[in-house]
Structure formats: structure tokens, C-alpha cells
Design a protein around this ligand. Structure first.
Ligand SMILES: [Zn+2]
Length: 471
């Protein structure tokens, strides 16, 4: 399904120049890095905006351009920089974060017009207008290809050891791995170069013997920590994505508060999380909240809000994943409003390895019923994260059907949903049951249903994480 991104719907796609580029009808030329760029479609003017061939310009400078028709979203990637824009929306995504533009992309006479200045400047290019010569002047960025790693250092805090990696530009992606015999944990920094070629930090402590790093292949820098214990590091990125932190918690001498107060409920059967996958960061998005109630239904005179149901299920998932030793973050733990885009953006900022969005369904008629998981596979998910969105969806759906007893509606490819298509990592949206269906609703209000939903998600997530480190 990732090949969908490559569909050549882009033929004839052109770009709108940003504000400040209004002028009368006459031929406009494009200069790219000092040379005139010949294009098969002449630049044209629509609504006082000059539009130039989008694909031609971006591909001439070596950018990858893709178009997702269902989402009406164009993505341009140049080096480590990624810009996503959606038709009729003034909010774009730059390196996984929202950024607004003054003119939204639009479709005019069957042509997709994209704001050139927004796209190019955020790909780190220079864009200028030479009024005298009616020329758009574009300069490719100096560092197009690989992000340079400037330094790799070890810091110690009271509770952890922290490896700090500093780069000269945005870090596109990271990928973690772990091995036994001997025990080691590592991180690959994708699309990066380490000019020193090879290096090490031979500082031994209670957790590891030392750290080695090198240019692993032409576009990957690999950092390996030789461990004394089976411990996974937690990977974080700085806000501007130019620093990576790999954090190892110091060994905790008193583990006794592990025994929770004698369980009011029997602990469910949860698969053991492989230590090698325990550093992977799971972000739980809790559907709706605050003024956005989501779906609602009346049951025995009480109004059931989807936002509340989602929250209680999500909190249980969070609790169970933490108990399993997973590295997990929940985006809301109380009844607060969150915008749609802030959800994938938060997961991107947190450098999540998996985004799981908790919802329940509703329809305009009472007939539709059952449980389903929505997904959208992005490029390179398998090689970077070790599993795809679709695989996670299948693993969770299988458990949901078994545990909740609701009708199996299957998994669904949904490229148009922002939580799925604006997140950089594998992501799924779970629609537990239909609040609008009386039979589903009757089960959904029970504690048993919420527990079944939570257990299913936890099992599916752990099975997915474990699958990423097998063999
Ligand atoms: Zn919902």
C-alpha cells in the first residue's frame, strides 16, 4: 500500500508562489542554482499568483515528491527535510510539526496548486523573485543530502546515563535495535554522516562497558552501547530535531514498590515484553475530550460520552503497558480538549515508535455494529520500526474480536485520517464498538468490555513490539 504514495497523479501539478509574487501576464522563468530550468508546463498566473510546475522544480533539485489522492496530500522530501501540504488547508506539516501558510494548496482546473515558497523554504531552499527579469530564483540548500553528526557525548544525571548526539541539521529518523550474546543496545541515525568515521567513549559504569559509534553504511550512523544488563535505552529528540538523547535509567536498588496493593481484579494474561523492544516508545492518543465529546448515546437514562469511555479504556491500557515494562506516554489523562493535528504532532515530537488512538464508533442508524481497527502504512515503516501499521492493526483486531465478542469488521486502510497520515511512525485508530447500536452499547457500558478492549490493545501492541526484535 505504500506504493500508493508513488501514484503519478502529479502530472501537471503546479505550484503557487507565495505572497509577494503578483505580476502581470508575461513569461516567467525559473532559475535553479544559477541555471534556467526548462519545464514542460509554462509558469502561469491564477488569481495574481504565479504557479510553476511543482514536480519539475522539486525533482530537479533532487527532492522526492509524492501525492496521496485519498488524503489530497502532497509530500516533498529533500535530504532530511519533509514538507506535507493538504488541499484547502492552511496548516502544513514540516518535519512532523504543524506550520501555517497564508495560501492553502488548491485545485484549479484539475490542477493541484501548491504554495511554492512555503514548500521550498521549509525544504531549506532559498526563494527569491527578480521582478525586472520576471524570474523565480531558487537556490538549493547547501546540505541537501546527509545530516552531519557533530558530536556524541555521555552525560550522567542522578537517575540516568544519557548519550547526547548533536547534528548540524534536522535528524530525519532513528531506529533502535538490541542483541544478546554479548548484550548490546544501539541506535541507527538515518540519513546521517559522521565525519570522524569512527569513535568511542570508554567510560565504564554499572550499566555498560562503553559506547562505540561509526559510519555504519553510507547514510547511517550507528551507536552501540555494550551493556552489562539487559536494558533498553529511551530515545528522545530535541524540539528542533537536531539533537538525539539516548537515556538509560540507572539500576534501581529498591524494586519493592512493584507489588501494587492486592489487586481488586485478577491480572490479565499479557505476553512478556522482550527487553530488546522495551525502549520503543508507544504513544496513546485518547480520542476527543473537553468540548469535543465524540459520539454519545443514552443508556438507562444516562448519557454516555465517547470521550469518557475512551479515557477510561486508555488509562487502563497505559497502566497495563507500564506494568509490562513498556516505554509509554498518554496524550491526555483527563477530560481536556486537543486539536486533531496536535495528536500526530505530539507523537512526532515525542519520537514515538507507535501511535495508538483509542476511539469508539457511531453511525447515523442503529444497525452498524462491531469492532474495527484503522491503519495507513507509511513508507519504510518495516525497516525503521520493525513492524507496519497494518501488522499492528491485524494483531490488535484479532484480540479485540476474541476478547470483546463484538462482530469482526476487519481492519481498514484509511489514508485520509490525519492521525494516521500526519504521524511519522506506524499508527492505528481503534474503533471498539458502536455507541449507536443497542447491542454493542449494552456491552460497552460494562467494566468487562473496557477491560477486554484494554487487554486486546496491550496484547496486540506487545506482540507487535516483540515481532520487531524476533530473529
Ligand atoms: Zn471517536
Amino acid at each position: 500500500m505504500t506504493n500508493k504514495l508513488r501514484i503519478l497523479v502529479l502530472i501537471g501539478i503546479i505550484i503557487i508562489l507565495g505572497s509577494g509574487f503578483a505580476f502581470a501576464n508575461s513569461k516567467v522563468t525559473i532559475q535553479l542554482d544559477g541555471e534556467i530550468l526548462e519545464t514542460d508546463v509554462d509558469p502561469i498566473i491564477v488569481n495574481d499568483r504565479t504557479m510553476v510546475p511543482y514536480r519539475a522544480v522539486l525533482e530537479a533539485m533532487g527532492a522526492e515528491v509524492s501525492w496521496e489522492p485519498a488524503a489530497r496530500m502532497a509530500t516533498a522530501v529533500l535530504g532530511s527535510h519533509r514538507v506535507q501540504v493538504t488541499i484547502d488547508q492552511t496548516i502544513g506539516f514540516v518535519n512532523g510539526k504543524t506550520k501555517s501558510m497564508d495560501v492553502p494548496p488548491m485545485i484549479v482546473n484539475d490542477r493541484t496548486l501548491i504554495p511554492l515558497r512555503f514548500v521550498l523554504e521549509n525544504l531549506n531552499c532559498g526563494v527569491d523573485w527578480d521582478n525586472e527579469n520576471r524570474m523565480v530564483i531558487i537556490n538549493s540548500p547547501e546540505n541537501v543530502d546527509l545530516t552531519e553528526i557533530n558530536s556524541i557525548e555521555l552525560e550522567e544525571t542522578e537517575s540516568s546515563y544519557r548519550i547526547v548526539v548533536q547534528a548540524n541539521d534536522v535528524i530525519k529518523n532513528t531506529s533502535t535495535f538490541a542483541y544478546e550474546e554479548p548484550v548490546r543496545y544501539g541506535i541507527d541515525i538515518c540519513n546521517a554522516t559522521f565525519p570522524e568515521g569512527i569513535g568511542q567513549i570508554s567510560e565504564e559504569n554499572d550499566i555498560f562497558y562503553g559506547i562505540r559509534f561509526s559510519q555504519f553504511n553510507e547514510d547511517t550512523v550507528r551507536i552501540v552501547v555494550d551493556l552489562k544488563e539487559k536494558l533498553a535505552g529511551k530515545v528522545k529528540l530535541s524540539d528542533n530535531r537536531t539533537e538525539v538523547f539516548i537515556e538509560f535509567d540507572k539500576l534501581n536498588q529498591n524494586q519493592e514498590d512493584d507489588n501494587e496493593p492486592n489487586g481488586e481484579r485478577d491480572e490479565p494474561l499479557i505476553p512478556e515484553l522482550d527487553w530488546r523492544a522495551s525502549g520503543k516508545h508507544i504513544v496513546i492518543d485518547v480520542g476527543h475530550g473537553g468540548s469535543d465529546s465524540g459520539a454519545l448515546a443514552k443508556y438507562n437514562g444516562t448519557v454516555i460520552y465517547e470521550k469518557d469511555l475512551n479515557l477510561s479504556i486508555a488509562l487502563r491500557i497505559y497502566e497495563l503497558l507500564q506494568k509490562a515494562g513498556a516505554n509509554v506516554t498518554i496524550l491526555r489523562d483527563k477530560d481536556v480538549y486537543m486539536t486533531l493535528y496536535s495528536r500526530p504532532e505530539a507523537a512526532n515530537t515525542l519520537n514515538a515508535d507507535l501511535l495508538v488512538s483509542i476511539h469508539n464508533n457511531s453511525a447515523t442508524t442503529s444497525a452498524p455494529n462491531g469492532t474495527e481497527v484503522l491503519y495507513y502504512n507509511k513508507e519504510d515503516e518495516k525497516s525503521i520500526y520493525g513492524f507496519t501499521s497494518q501488522e499492528v492493526a491485524e494483531l490488535i483486531q484479532k484480540e479485540l474480536v476474541k476478547e470483546t465478542g463484538l462482530k469482526d469488521r476487519g481492519i481498514k486502510d484509511c489514508p485520509h485520517l490525519a492521525v494516521l497520515n500526519k504521524s511519522l511512525m506506524p499508527a492505528v485508530i481503534i474503533e471498539g464498538g458502536f455507541l449507536s447500536n443497542p447491542n454493542d452499547l449494552q456491552r460497552m457500558v460494562t467494566e468487562e468490555f473496557k477491560e477486554a478492549y484494554a487487554i486486546s490493545v496491550v496484547r496486540g501492541v506487545i506482540n507487535a513490539l516483540n515481532s520487531s526484535v524476533e530473529n
